[in-house]
Design a protein around this ligand. Structure first.
Ligand code: NAP
Ligand code: GLV
Length: 308
C-alpha cells in the first residue's frame, strides 16, 4: 500500500523520513519520483487536479494536508473516495494561540491604540473587565472548542454556535438557525471558526453582522469565503461594527487595491492563524492509514454531502 504526497517538498522530506522510520509498511512517494499509479491507495494533497485523481485507479482515500477540505472539488471526486481532513495537535495549538491573541487584541483596544500612536495621541481607553466582554465562537469543532477552553481562564462571558447542539463547560451553547439570533445578540467579539461549505459561504453578511450589538468586533480565522467584504466595510464605516481582525480573505493573497489593506479599523494577517505541523501531521496520517487498514473509522472523516 502506497501513499502519494503532492504538497510542499520540505514537509514531504520530513514525512518521508518519519514514514521510513515509523511506518515501513506504508510506501511513500512524492513527485518528481516515478511511481506506479495502480499502487497508490492514499493521496495526501492540498488541491489535487482532477486528472491526477483520474490517473489513480485504486485510490481509496484523499487526505487533506490542512484542517479544511473546501479546496477540494467534491463534485468531481468519484463517490467511492473517502475524504479526510487533517486533525493534528499542531493545527489546534496554532489556532489557540492566534485566537487568544486576536480576542485579547480587540478586547484591549489594540486597533484604536495603533491609530493613536500613528497620530502621536496619548489617549487611554477605559478598561472593560473580561467578565463584561461577551465572546462568541461560530463553530464548536476541533478548533472552536479548543479556543473556548483557552479563553476560559481570562473570565470572558463565552458562547458558541454550531449546527447541532453541543454542551461545553463554561460556554453558553446555541445551535441551528433558531439559535443564531440569541447567539449573535450576545457577542461583543465574534470569532468565526466554521468550515467553508455551501451552507456557510457568505454567512458573515450584512444581515448576520447587523444582529451583533452596536460596536461589536469581528475575527475571521476560518476562510475568506465566509465574509462578504463590502458588508463588513459598510458596517465598519457606519459604526455598527468597531473593528475586525482577519486572517483569511477572498482572494488570497489580497490584491493591492483592496480596501482592507488600508482600513484603519481592520487588522490583517496573511492566513497564518495555524499551520499543519510536519512531524505531528505525519504521525496523525500514519495512525489514520493504520485505522483504515484495520477497517476502523478514521479521525477527521468528512461527510461529503455536508462538506465538512
Ligand atoms: P470541525 O471540527 O469540522 O468543526 C466545524 C464546526 O462548525 C462544527 O461545530 C460544526 O457543527 C460547525 N458547523 C458546520 N457547518 C455549520 C453550519 N451550517 N451552521 C452552524 N455550524 C456549523 O472544523 P475545525 O477543525 O474546527 O476547523 C474549522 C475551520 O477552520 C476549517 O474548516 C478551516 O476552514 C479553518 N481553519 C483555518 C485555519 C487558518 O489558519 N486560518 C487553520 C485551520 C483551520 P456540528 O458540531 O454541529 O457539526
Ligand atoms: C488552514 O487553513 C487549514 O485548513 O489547515
Amino acid at each position: 500500500m502506497t501513499l502519494l504526497y503532492t504538497s510542499d517538498p520540505a514537509r514531504g522530506q520530513i514525512w518521508r523520513d518519519i514514514f521510513a522510520k515509523e511506518a515501513a509498511d506504508i510506501g511513500f512517494v512524492a513527485p518528481p519520483e516515478a511511481y506506479d499509479p495502480a499502487a497508490i491507495r492514499y493521496l495526501a494533497a492540498w488541491s489535487p487536479p482532477a486528472d491526477l485523481i483520474a490517473s489513480l485507479p485504486n485510490l481509496e482515500v484523499l487526505f487533506s494536508i490542512g484542517a479544511g477540505v473546501d479546496q477540494f472539488d467534491m463534485a468531481s471526486l468519484p463517490p467511492h473516495i473517502q475524504v479526510v481532513r487533517m486533525i493534528e495537535p499542531g493545527i489546534v495549538a496554532g489556532m489557540v494561540e492566534y485566537a487568544t491573541m486576536a480576542v485579547l487584541a480587540l478586547h484591549r483596544d489594540l486597533i484604536p491604540y495603533r491609530a493613536a500612536q500613528a497620530e502621536q495621541r496619548w489617549a487611554p481607553i477605559k478598561l472593560v473587565p473580561a467578565e463584561q466582554r461577551r465572546v462568541g465562537v461560530m463553530g464548536l469543532g476541533q478548533l472552536g472548542k479548543a479556543v473556548l477552553g483557552a479563553l476560559r481562564p481570562f473570565g470572558f462571558a463565552l458562547s458558541g454556535w454550531s449546527r447541532s447542539p453541543h454542551a461545553v463547560e463554561g460556554v453558553t451553547c446555541h445551535s441551528g438557525r433558531e439559535g443564531l439570533g440569541t447567539f449573535l445578540a450576545g457577542c461583543d467579539i465574534l470569532l468565526c471558526l466554521l468550515p467553508l461549505t455551501p451552507d456557510t459561504r457568505g454567512i458573515l453578511s450584512r444581515d448576520l453582522l447587523s444582529r451583533l450589538p452596536e460596536g461589536a468586533m469581528l475575527i475571521n480565522a476560518a476562510r475568506g469565503g465566509h465574509l462578504v467584504a463590502e458588508d463588513l466595510l459598510a458596517l465598519l464605516d457606519q459604526g455598527h461594527l468597531s473593528a475586525a481582525m482577519l486572517d483569511v480573505t477572498d482572494p488570497e493573497p489580497l490584491p493591492a487595491a483592496h480596501p482592507f489593506w488600508r482600513h484603519p479599523r481592520i487588522l490583517l494577517t496573511p492566513h497564518v492563524a495555524s499551520m499543519t505541523r510536519a512531524d505531528s501531521a505525519a504521525r496523525a496520517l500514519i495512525a489514520n492509514i493504520h485505522r483504515h487498514q484495520a477497517g476502523e473509522p478514521m479521525d477527521g472523516g468528512v461527510a461529503r454531502g455536508r462538506g465538512y
